[in-house]
Design a protein around this ligand. Structure first.
Ligand code: TXA
Ligand code: MG
Length: 343
């Protein structure tokens, strides 16, 4: 068990404050510190130290073959980790960094091998959050940071979420308030001729196309009608405490399924747009925001998934959303979290 120090920087953004300096010292000493970014909270450690990075995997219970993102404050620091910077990456960095986008690039071996899971590539991003940027500038080494949740759980958008998952498992936590985007960064592989989106996120496909022209999407993401090769994968990503069913279709269909499940003795929770939620009755109803405002739905998604407790809810139903813009990332996370998709 580890004592977890919690620093409160909620609303404080002054450079060089005592808490940032102390957190940076923790990181330089090989310890783990969770910190806010504009997407979700990350759990950081010195990306150049195998021992420090091992503590991240241990605290999260993360499988060792899932590589981490190295976080840096500047383009220059990013360049120090790569073999060469492909033209597409250069353009995208200039357009969107700092911001919610991660670049998969040829590694020059500076990051420890457990950051890259032994791959020849390294994922790097420059977060757009005052606390993260100040911390990264102060520490002046690349910081490996996956989302600061227990492996398999929804990513944390508040310091309390991190605390619930990782208290006494990590050395420090900087509370910088609620994160902005609410979903993780877009991960884009820039090592080939044409960039490939590996994970949809904060920067949308059409924003990327505007900068580099043609973009591909990882076929595993595009081919949704195909069953995932490993069904276990469905249970281990972004999963709430109760099983989640994704329901495509009308409000009436959703209400019918709620009624049917309640009759069989289940306490049913629902997550839906404001419009749909207002028309439904269930044991717990979580409004995610207007279906016309997917930016808000993205912000409310993970806190929504975390709000259903096993003690009170047996089954969660969630409606589907348009895949336009950030909707692509919303649907990607919901499909991964869901144990069943009723179309
Ligand atoms: O918004 C975010 O990206 C947050 C914040 C904390 O920055 N971080 C985050 O990290 O979501 P994580 O570990 O939960 O997700 C990293 C993703 C994983 O899907 C991982 O497989 C992929 O990036 N990844 C990392 N390195 C890679 C590489 N070299 N090649 C391909 N995918 C990689
Ligand atoms: Mg994660």
């Amino acid at each position: 068990m580890t004592h977890t120090i919690r620093w409160n920087l909620h609303g404080i953004t002054k450079i060089n404050n005592r808490e940032i300096k102390e957190a940076a010292r923790f990181l330089r000493d090989g310890m783990t510190v969770a910190f806010p970014t504009e997407t979700v909270y990350g759990l950081g450690a010195d990306a150049t130290s195998k021992e420090a990075v091992a503590k991240i995997f241990e605290a999260k219970g993360r499988p060792a073959d899932n590589p981490l993102i190295a976080h840096v404050a500047t383009k220059k620091q990013l360049e120090a980790l790569v073999d060469n910077l492909p033209e597409s990456a250069e353009k995208l960095i200039d357009a969107f960094s700092p911001g919610p986008i991660t670049f998969v690039l040829p590694s020059n071996g500076t990051c420890a091998e457990n950051v890259t899971a032994g791959l020849s590539t390294v994922a790097i991003r420059i977060p757009d959050h005052p606390v993260a940027i100040q911390l990264l500038k102060e520490v002046d080494i690349p910081i490996a940071a996956p989302s600061a949740n227990l492996s398999g759980k929804p990513s944390p958008t508040t310091a309390d979420h991190v605390w619930m998952d990782l208290n006494e498992k990590i050395n420090g936590l900087i509370d910088g308030g609620t994160t902005g985007v609410g979903l993780e960064s877009t991960v884009i592989d820039c090592t080939g001729e044409i960039p490939i989106i590996l994970r949809p996120g904060g920067i949308t496909m059409s924003q990327i196309e505007e900068v580099v022209g043609k973009v591909l999407v990882d076929p595993a993401l595009a081919n949704k009608s195909e069953k995932p090769k490993s069904p276990g994968m469905m249970y281990t990503h972004y999963a709430p405490e109760a099983p989640l069913w994704l329901i495509a279709g009308s409000v009436d269909k959703l209400q019918e399924i709620i009624g049917y499940q309640q009759q069989s003795g289940k306490r049913v929770g629902v997550m839906a747009s404001d419009e749909t939620a207002n028309a439904l009755q269930a044991d717990q109803v979580v409004k995610l925001g207007s279906s016309e405002n997917l930016t808000q739905v993205a912000i409310n998604l993970y806190p929504g998934l975390r709000s259903f407790k096993q003690a009170t809810i047996d089954l969660i139903l969630c409606e589907t959303f348009s895949e336009k813009g950030i909707g692509q990332a919303i649907m990607n996370r919901l499909e991964k979290a869901a144990t069943k998709y009723v179309k």
